[in-house]
Ligand binder design. Structure first.
Ligand SMILES: CC[C@@H](C(=O)O)C(=O)SCCNC(=O)CCNC(=O)[C@H](O)C(C)(C)COP(=O)(O)OP(=O)(O)OC[C@H]1O[C@@H](n2cnc3c(N)ncnc32)[C@H](O)[C@@H]1OP(=O)(O)O
Length: 330
């Protein structure tokens, strides 16, 4: 079939690891050409999912990543710090405490770089996102917001952050937002891009956008609806309501309230995530991938993706060891 180059669409570049090979560090082994014609896509057993180099937004959508990063680089301050541990858990710290961990322009750039790093961390199983000095994040740095308040640059920033938070959500790591203090505006949107939310007593999630004459722009509205349903999402957005831990639990927005231990909340969050990331990284990552595809694809496509992911672990080391041990699930 003659193929014309059509618009590059989002497609699943299946990570192909040689049969039964343990996780490789380094680059992906893609088994799929990037440019295929739309017609042949229907023929191919292709899974439409986001791949790192084919973002949600690209030049076809008028998105010029280099240009918006150049503009955002003018707004400095703070940092987004990543640490990766031997137990497969990474931690991202939104670190700008003098401004309640608001995202400066350089921090938006750094967040994208940290997500890229995690996309290539083959041993990764879990991720905890938290804010420095006992508060989560108060959204965009208002100084930066004022400077890019023109529609063109605002939309570019929006597309950059949507790309980044979508990639965060699609990491094959189980992610937790550890919410202490305030998660406001873009900070509330950031926490919805994680799989789970743990809140400390007295903390608050609040979509303040309407009070700013805005609506969420980093994807927080779409994700919130998936998390708590459109009725509750509409209340939180239209009322800019404060969501405290107990209410968040009731809504299904939060998964647990942390009471604090002498080791601190970060250690408590690590203990919380541990049972979900137990075992080999390839199996843990395969579990997250089947959830992503089930959440984002039509049923038939999700079933086919599940089959493909099943094929990467069936007869794998962990599977054979469990069979040899005669694992019982008491
Ligand atoms: C898509 C959404 C996205 C966007 O549109 O780009 C946004 O997120 S817009 C921003 C949304 N966030 C806010 O509007 C939060 C504004 N801040 C506050 O409401 C309050 O600061 C607070 C977070 C509730 C904390 O209040 P409080 O405990 O009283 O502390 P201060 O107000 O004194 O704050 C300390 C210090 O931090 C500065 N700060 C706080 N938030 C931001 C921010 N988002 N951008 C820049 N600076 C921020 C605040 O100005 C104080 O600094 P100083 O005045 O220099 O001490």
């Amino acid at each position: 079939m003659g193929c014309q180059q059509f618009q590059v669409r989002l497609l699943w570049i299946q990570e192909v690891s040689a049969p039964r090979r343990t996780e490789q560090t380094g680059g992906k082994h893609c088994n799929m050409g990037i440019f295929v014609c739309r017609n042949s896509l229907r023929m191919l057993n292709v899974r439409w999912l986001y791949h790192r180099c084919l973002s949600l937004y690209n030049s076809n959508h008028g998105f010029n990543e280099a240009k918006i990063k150049e503009k955002l680089a003018q707004f400095t301050g703070g940092s987004v710090d990543l640490s990766k541990m031997d137990n497969g858990i990474a931690e991202i710290c939104i670190n700008n405490p003098s401004r309640m961990n608001a995202f400066t322009g350089t921090m938006m750039i750094e967040l994208e770089e940290r997500i890229s790093d995690l996309e290539n961390w083959k041993n990764g199983k879990g991720l905890i996102v938290y804010g420095a000095e006992n508060t989560f994040c108060s959204g965009s740095d208002l100084n930066a917001v004022k400077a890019i308040s023109n529609p063109q640059e605002g939309m570019m920033m929006c597309m950059l952050m949507q790309n980044t938070l979508t990639r965060l959500q699609r990491l094959p790591l189980i992610s937790v937002a550890l919410i202490q203090g305030k998660a406001l505006g873009g900070g509330a949107e950031l926490c919805t891009a994680c799989d789970f939310r743990l809140m400390t007593e007295g903390s608050e999630i609040r979509f303040v956008h309407k009070q700013m004459g805005l609506v969420p722009g980093w994807g927080g509205a779409a994700r919130l609806i998936h998390l708590i349903g459109s009725r509750h999402a509409l209340k939180l957005l239209s009322g800019a309501l404060r969501v405290h831990p107990e209410n968040a639990l009731e809504l299904g927005l939060a998964d647990n309230i942390l009471l604090g231990t002498e080791d601190g909340f970060l250690s408590e969050a690590e203990n919380w995530i541990m049972p979900y990331i137990k075992g080999p990284s390839d199996v843990s990552r395969a579990v997250k991938k089947v959830i992503i595809s089930g959440r984002e694809q039509k049923l038939e496509d999700a079933l086919r993706t599940e089959k493909e992911i099943f094929g990467t672990v069936w007869g794998g080391l962990a599977n054979l060891q469990a069979l040899a041990k005669g694992t019982k699930h008491k």
